[in-house]
Design a protein around this ligand. Structure first.
Ligand code: ADP
Length: 556
C-alpha cells in the first residue's frame, strides 16, 4: 500500500523558493575584487539568478549542459549556484588553485560550454585557453569598470551579461534525480574524478547537515563559509545556511587572510564558520599577534583533515569558540560525521573528554558506516579494531561522472570504500587513523600517522607536523616526522623525541625529525603527502642506537 502524501520533488529550486518566501530579506555580505564589502539580500540574489538564467538560456545553455565556475566565495558565485542548477544545467565548480594543466583537463573532461571566472584567476585560464576544447565563452565575474586588462577579446563581463535580461524566469519542473552540481576530486592517486550530485542529494544533505548534532544552523546564525564554494559545495553551506534563514558572510579571495577574517567576523557578528585546519592557523596567528577579538563567534566546524588539539584548545581557551571536529569527503557531498558531546560526556575524566573530542564524531542521519578487515569482514565498534571504512547513503556517490567500468571503491555493491582507515567506538564515535595509502607499516604493525602528528602538534613550538613512511631495511617502513616551527621558536630533534616518548608507544617513535620552513599543501589546504614522500624517498634514517631500538614493533 502506498502512502497518500504529496509527491513534491526535492530540488534546489524548492530551497530557493522557500528562502525567497520566508527569508528573502536576510542578507549576504561579500568581499570581492571590485567591492570591499558588498551587501544584498537573498531576494536580490535570486532576482539576479533569474536574470542570469535568462542570459544563459539566451546563450543556448540547455538541460544537462555543464557550466564551469572558477570563483571564490561571494554573492556572484552564489547566484551561479542557483541559476545554473535550477535551469536544469550542471554547476561545475573548479578549484582555481589547481595547476593550469589540471584545470584544462577537468574543463575538457566535463565538456564545460561556458566558464565563469574570477578576475584574479583569469590569467591562469587565459594561459590554457587554446587547450579548452568545448568552452564557447568566458564570463569574467566583474563589473565593466573593473574588467582586467588581461581578458582576451571575446571575454564577457558578468554584470553586462545579465544586465539587460528580464527579472522573470520560469524555472523548469525538474525531477529530483536531475544532475545539479559537479565537483572533481583532487586526484591524489591519478586523474581527478567527477562527483555528480543530484538535486535530491543536495537537498537531503542540507537537511541532514542542519540537525542540531550536525551543523546546528538556524535563523539566528551568521554563517561565514571559509571552506571554498569551489570544493564540495562549501560543505553544503551555500544551500543549508539560506535554507534555515541564516545570514551569509563571504570572504571572497581573502579566505586565507587572518586580518580580513577577524574584521568580517567582528563587524558582521559571525556566529558560525567552517574550514580545513590550515586556514585557521592564519587567523589564530593574527589574533595572537594583535590581541584582536572574535567575540561573536560561537562555533567552528573543522574537517577535511585531522584537526590538531592545539587549534581546538586555542579557539576555546582564548576565544570561547567551540570547535566541532568533522569528517567527510567529496564523494559524500561531503559531510559524514560531526563531533558533538552526548549524554554523560560531562562525567568523563578530562583526558577521556579530550580523547573523544579529537575523534571525527558520529554519523549524521543518512550516512551508514562500517569498518572492515582485509577479507571484507565487518569489525566490531570497540574503539580499537581498525580497518577500511565504508559508507552508504543517499548523499554518497554511486559512480563517477563518465566512468562506466567497475569502480574499485564500489567493489562491494551498495557500499563506497572511502580509502580511510578508521575505528568506531561503542558510542559511535569514528576515529580516522590514516588514509589507506598513507599507512605506515612497521614490522607488520600499523602506525597511525595522524596520531603521531597530533602528538607532535601538542608541543607549543610546533606550527605544523606531517608524518610519512620511509623505507627501512628491517621494518619495511618507519615514520619520519617533518616539522614547521612557530615564529621565534626553537626545538631540537632530541627535545621532540623526548616529548613524544611521553605520549606514544615506544615503537611508534619517529626514526628521525626534519625541520622545514614550509610543508606542501594540496589545492584544498591539506598536507600533500605524495609530494613529501617523493621528496624524502631516499631519506637516510638516523642510524643511532635510539633509532634502532625505537624501530622495534611490540614483542620483537
Ligand atoms: P580529496 O579526496 O579530493 O583529497 P576530500 O575533500 O574529498 O578531498 O578529502 C576526503 C578525505 O580527507 C577523507 O577521505 C579523509 O582521508 C580526509 N579527511 C577529511 N576529514 C578528515 C578529518 N576530520 N580527519 C582526518 N582526515 C580527514
Amino acid at each position: 500500500m502506498l502512502g497518500l502524501m504529496m509527491d513534491m520533488p526535492l530540488t534546489v529550486t524548492s530551497i530557493m523558493g522557500h528562502v525567497e518566501r520566508v527569508h528573502g530579506g536576510t542578507g549576504i555580505v561579500s568581499v570581492t575584487h571590485d567591492q570591499p564589502r558588498h551587501r544584498c539580500t537573498y531576494a536580490d540574489a535570486f532576482r539576479r539568478a533569474r536574470q542570469l538564467a535568462s542570459a544563459l538560456a539566451a546563450f543556448g545553455i540547455r538541460n544537462g549542459d555543464r557550466v564551469g565556475t572558477l570563483a571564490w566565495n561571494d554573492y556572484r558565485h552564489f547566484e551561479l549556484y542557483y541559476a545554473i542548477s535550477c535551469m536544469g544545467a550542471v554547476t561545475h565548480t573548479i578549484n582555481p588553485r589547481l595547476f593550469p594543466e589540471q584545470i584544462a583537463w577537468i574543463v575538457n573532461d566535463a565538456r564545460d560550454r561556458v566558464l565563469f571566472v574570477d578576475p584574479l584567476v583569469l590569467p591562469i585560464v587565459e594561459s590554457v585557453r587554446p587547450q579548452l576544447q568545448h568552452v564557447e565563452t568566458i564570463v569574467v565575474l566583474s563589473d565593466a569598470a573593473h574588467m582586467p586588462a588581461v581578458a582576451h577579446a571575446g571575454a564577457l563581463c558578468y554584470e553586462g551579461f545579465i544586465a539587460a535580461q528580464p527579472e522573470a524566469f520560469s524555472w523548469p519542473d525538474l525531477e529530483e534525480q536531475t544532475a545539479c552540481t559537479l565537483c572533481y576530486t583532487s586526484g591524489t592517486t591519478g586523474n581527478p574524478r567527477g562527483v555528480l550530485y543530484s538535486h535530491r542529494s543536495q537537498v537531503l544533505h542540507s537537511l541532514f547537515s542542519c540537525a542540531v548534532d550536525a551543523l546546528a544552523l538556524s535563523a539566528r546564525d551568521v554563517v561565514m563559509p571559509v571552506v571554498p564554494m569551489f570544493h564540495v559545495n562549501a560543505w553544503g553551506l551555500a544551500y543549508s545556511a539560506p535554507l534555515v534563514g541564516a545570514k551569509l558572510v563571504f570572504p571572497g579571495p581573502k579566505a586565507g587572510d587572518g586580518e580580513t577574517l577577524q574584521n568580517l567576523m567582528d563587524t558582521e557578528q559571525v556566529t558560525f564558520s567552517a574550514g580545513v585546519p590550515t586556514v585557521w592557523l592564519a587567523l589564530l596567528a593574527y589574533l595572537r599577534r594583535t590581541g584582536k577579538r572574535i567575540d561573536s563567534l560561537q562555533r567552528v566546524v573543522i574537517g577535511g583533515a585531522a584537526c590538531p588539539w592545539s587549534v581546538m584548545e586555542e579557539f576555546e581557551r582564548d576565544h570561547g569558540v567551540h570547535v566541532h571536529h568533522a569528517w567527510g569527503m567529496t564523494e559524500m557531498s561531503p559531510l559524514g560525521t560531526v563531533n558533538h558531546p552526548i549524554r554523560g560526556t560531562e562525567t568523563l575524566a578530562p583526558d577521556e573528554q579530550k580523547a573523544r573530542r579529537m575523534k571525527q564524531g558520529r554519523a549524521m542521519f543518512g550516512v551508514e558506516m562500517k569498518v572492515v578487515d582485509d577479507s571484507g569482514a565487518e569489525l566490531p565498534w570497540d574503539g580499537r579494531s581498525a580497518g577500511l571504512l565504508k559508507v552508504r547513503g543517499p548523499t554518497v556517490c554511486a559512480g563517477y561522472f563518465q566512468e562506466t567500468g567497475p569502480v574499485e571503491a564500489h567493489a562491494e555493491p551498495g557500499w563506497f570504500a572511502t580509502g580511510d582507515v578508521a575505528h568506531i567506538d561503542a558510542d559511535g564515535y569514528l576515529q580516522i587513523t590514516d588514509r589507506a595509502k598513507d599507512v605506515i607499516k612497521s614490522g607488520g604493525e600499523w602506525i597511525s600517522s595522524i596520531d603521531l602528528e597530533n602528538a607532535a602538534m601538542e608541543h607549543p613550538a610546533v606550527a605544523e607536523a606531517a608524518v610519512i613512511a620511509v623505507p627501512h631495511p628491517t621494518w619495511t617502513e618507519r615514520p619520519l616526522l617533518i616539522l614547521v616551527l612557530r615564529e621565534r621558536c626553537a626545538l631540537t630533534r632530541e627535545e621532540m623525541l623526548a616529548f613524544l616518548r611521553e605520549r606514544v608507544a615506544k615503537w611508534w617513535l619517529p626514526d628521525d625529525v626534519v625541520f622545514v620552513t614550509q610543508i606542501p599543501h594540496t589545492a584544498t589546504g591539506k598536507i600533500l603527502k605524495t609530494k613529501l614522500r617523493k621528496l624524502y624517498t631516499d631519506y637516510k634514517l638516523h642510524d643511532d642506537e635510539e633509532g634502532k631500538v625505537s624501530g622495534c614493533p611490540p614483542g620483537q
